[in-house]
Design a protein around this ligand. Structure first.
Ligand code: GLC
Length: 583
């Protein structure tokens, strides 16, 4: 009897242990699922390029006070996170991506007091702030580099990558921005070469040096202590390097990401950064680039690895090209990424940023007949996919490429260097000019079009880069008053995104996969099901989808109601039509 009771007790303990164990296990597994609720998954990110947003001090360059003056506008967009490109002290070789003091504000942009007011103003409106951390490289005018360069025995020498010239020339490294594409710059002062994957004024920091890493974590903590809500790690996938600098195979530069990204200790550094910084604050973290494969991307962001929150992959934006692109390819890429992240990890969804030409010019149709409707269609895509949507400032108005014809109108340093490079090698300049007219990132950096006045209401002096002449018709003031404008459509979209959990967490299913013109998919979770139909073409297009009679239109980008498609098994959509149905 006593023995039996003992047996029973043991059994109960065993069952309890199994239950607790499997319970915790399944809870843990659940915690790693894409459906686990997080504020940064529910965010709608609005990216501000500060140089071009709003100038208040009349120097032709946007500033923090300018952003502050537009906080109510930003709030009205329905976004809840702002990502602002670098605002730290910088000699501006690469518009702030060359930082000379990580704890100060660039003079052109204002002061630390301005920054504090900006943060307060955002937080007061329930908007969080994400800032860039540019630490694959610094400016050559940063004190660390000045010290590092000064002598081989300087304590800062190992903050950068140096190759002493008596060892011969280092193995070639391709520079993305250099006029000769050479990432090694010889410096007479100490008879050594330093490494710069970007411009000569952006020497690469030596992440293999623990002292440098600690400096960076302290800088990040400085900003997190100020209350910022997240970090975007610029070019960080390149940070860890094999510092023996082995020779890469010939032609490696055509696929440089394969050789530059995900270096030997990258994950160790991210884990360390997570321990030292991210884990101590409620911040979101995203790195530019996601390596070479899904495995790389997962290794960066899967929650059980304690590195970053969300991947930011380029395969989607890389699809566009001047000769057009295939919707089948577009659907295939976005569906493949979605399915790879369906149960674990989290993605960013975007079609533009400050390094890209304008979304509507690359993926939509910027001719007067279709600009408005195709912009709205593309925004519908961004706001209805699984992943955190990122809208780039101006895209809510359907701003287009400026498409400069003259070299003197371009400002982008790598473009100017490449022009010189093409001239030096006797390249095809006409072809180059055609290419940059469509692709150059200056297209996405022209001043924000606030109104139809002479400089689009951006500045009262000469803007640092030309205003797009189409600001006379495409501008925020005009769209504010038009209930059917891109701007007001964008607001309706964010409202839907913010109020329908299925649009954030819901399962994505591609429909009518082989349709050449229509992108159709559903998003569903917890009893909610949305159907999204997007015509990516400039003609009427049909989709092979049965639309139930109870389907309710939540939003569409045409003034008139969608065609009477309910109950039919073939749906007809007008050019660039976008419809969100609740099924
Ligand atoms: C990233 C930034 C880009 C910058 C480069 C060098 O790609 O997005 O604007 O030029 O890094 O910092």
């Amino acid at each position: 009897m006593v023995g039996n009771q003992k047996m029973k007790n043991r059994l109960v303990i065993l069952i309890t242990v199994i239950f607790v164990f499997t319970g915790t296990f399944s809870l843990k597994t659940f915690a790693q699922q894409s459906t686990e609720k997080k504020w940064w998954k529910e965010a709608v990110v609005y990216q501000i390029y500060p140089r071009s947003f709003k100038d208040t001090d009349g120097d032709g360059v946007g500033d923090l006070k300018g952003i502050i003056s537009k906080l109510d506008y930003i709030k009205s967009l329905g976004v809840n996170v702002v990502w602002i490109n670098p605002i730290y002290s910088s000699p501006n070789d690469d518009n702030g991506y060359d930082i000379s003091d990580y704890r100060n504000i660039m003079k052109d942009f204002g002061t630390m007091e301005d920054f504090d007011s900006l943060l307060k103003g955002l937080h007061g409106r329930g908007i969080k702030l994400v800032m860039d951390v540019v630490v694959n490289h610094s400016s050559d005018e940063h004190d660390w580099f000045k010290q590092s360069r000064s002598s081989r025995s300087n304590p800062y020498r190992n903050y950068y990558h140096w190759w002493n010239a008596e060892r011969g020339k280092p193995a070639p490294r391709y520079s993305l921005f250099d006029v000769n594409h050479d990432a090694w710059k010889y410096d007479t002062l100490t008879n050594a070469y330093y490494l710069h994957y970007f411009s000569r004024k952006q020497p690469d920091l030596n992440w293999e040096n623990p002292a440098l890493r600690q400096e960076v974590y302290n800088i990040m903590k400085f900003w997190a202590d100020k209350g910022i809500d997240g970090f975007r790690l610029d070019a960080f996938q390149f940070a860890s390097k094999d510092i023996s600098f082995p020779v890469f195979p010939e032609g490696y530069e055509k696929n440089f990401i394969k050789y530059y990204a995900m270096g030997p200790y990258l994950h160790d550094y991210l884990k360390e950064m997570n321990r030292e910084v991210f884990s101590k604050y409620d911040v979101m973290s995203v790195a530019e680039g996601a390596g070479n494969s899904f495995e790389d991307a997962h290794n960066l962001v899967d929650p059980d690895r304690n590195e970053l929150n969300m991947a930011y992959a380029f395969e989607g934006v890389d699809i566009a090209n001047p000769d057009g692109y295939s919707l089948l390819h577009f659907k295939e890429v976005f569906s493949r990424w979605d399915s790879a992240f369906a149960s674990k990890g989290w993605l960013s969804i975007f079609l533009a940023n400050h390094d890209q030409a304008r979304m509507v010019s690359r993926f939509g149709n910027d001719t007067p007949a279709f600009r408005d409707v195709s912009s709205k269609m593309l925004s519908t895509f961004i706001m209805t996919m699984r992943g955190t949507p990122y809208a780039y400032n101006g895209d809510e108005l359907g701003m287009t490429n400026a498409g400069f014809d003259k070299m003197e109108d371009y400002r982008d340093m790598p473009t100017l260097n490449e022009y010189q490079h093409q001239k030096n090698i006797g390249g095809d300049i006409q072809k180059f000019m055609q290419h940059i007219k469509f692709e150059c990132r200056d297209n996405g950096r022209t001043p924000f079009q606030w109104d139809n006045t002479i400089n689009a209401g951006f500045t009262n002096s000469t803007p640092w880069i030309k205003v797009n002449p189409n600001h006379e018709t495409i501008n925020a003031a005009a769209q504010e008053n038009d209930p059917f404008s891109c701007l007001n459509y964008f607001r309706s979209l964010t409202k839907l995104r913010n109020s329908i959990p299925a649009l954030v967490y819901g399962k994505y299913t591609l429909l009518d996969k082989s349709n050449l013109n229509v992108y159709a998919y559903t998003r569903e979770s917890e009893g909610q099901k949305m159907l999204i139909l997007l015509n990516f073409s400039s003609s009427n297009a049909q989709a092979d989808i049965q639309l139930t009679t109870n389907a309710k239109v939540l939003l569409s980008n045409y003034k008139d109601a969608p065609l009477a498609n309910k109950g039919k098994s073939i749906i007809t959509l007008r050019p660039y039509e976008a419809i969100i149905y609740r099924l």
